[in-house]
Design a protein around this ligand. Structure first.
Ligand SMILES: [Zn+2]
Length: 123
C-alpha cells in the first residue's frame, strides 16, 4: 500500500483557522457543531487509501476539521467500507479471484437450473 500523506503543521493550522468562527470558537466543518475544547480530527476528505496520485502535497482543501464524536467516527466507519469495496473491485479486475469450478447447485453459475415446479433443465 502506498504511503499515507499527512497534513503538514502549516496546512493543519490553515484548516483549524478556517474552522474557527468569528468569535474564535472551533466549529466542526462536517455538521457545524461547536467543538470548543472537545476532541477533533483533521480528516482526509478523500481517504488516502483511495487517492492514486500522491505526488501533490496535501493542501487545506484536502482536509476538513471534524469533531471526533459527531462526524469523524461515523465517517471513518463509512470510509473503511468504501476502501474495502474498492479493494474488492480492483482484485476482481485483476482477476485475483478465479471463477469457482464447483458452482452452487442450481445457482446462477451452475449449468443447470431448477424450475419452480422442481424440474431440472439445462441453463
Ligand atoms: Zn460534526
Amino acid at each position: 500500500m502506498a504511503r499515507r500523506r499527512e497534513f503538514s503543521r502549516k496546512v493543519r493550522g490553515e484548516i483549524i483557522l478556517r474552522a474557527t468562527n468569528e468569535r474564535g470558537i472551533l466549529v466542526c466543518e462536517g455538521c457545524g457543531l461547536v467543538i470548543g475544547r472537545k476532541p477533533f480530527e483533521v480528516d482526509h476528505t478523500v481517504p488516502e487509501e483511495l487517492v492514486t496520485d500522491k505526488s501533490k502535497p496535501l493542501t487545506a482543501d484536502d482536509g476538513k476539521l471534524l469533531g471526533t464524536d459527531c462526524c469523524h467516527k461515523p465517517k471513518t466507519k463509512n470510509d473503511i467500507r468504501t476502501i474495502r469495496k474498492s479493494d474488492r473491485v480492483r482484485d476482481r479486475d485483476r482477476g485475483a479471484f478465479k471463477p469457482t469450478k464447483r458452482p452452487l447447485p442450481f445457482g446462477k453459475k451452475s449449468p443447470f437450473k431448477r424450475k419452480i415446479t422442481g424440474e431440472v433443465v439445462p441453463r
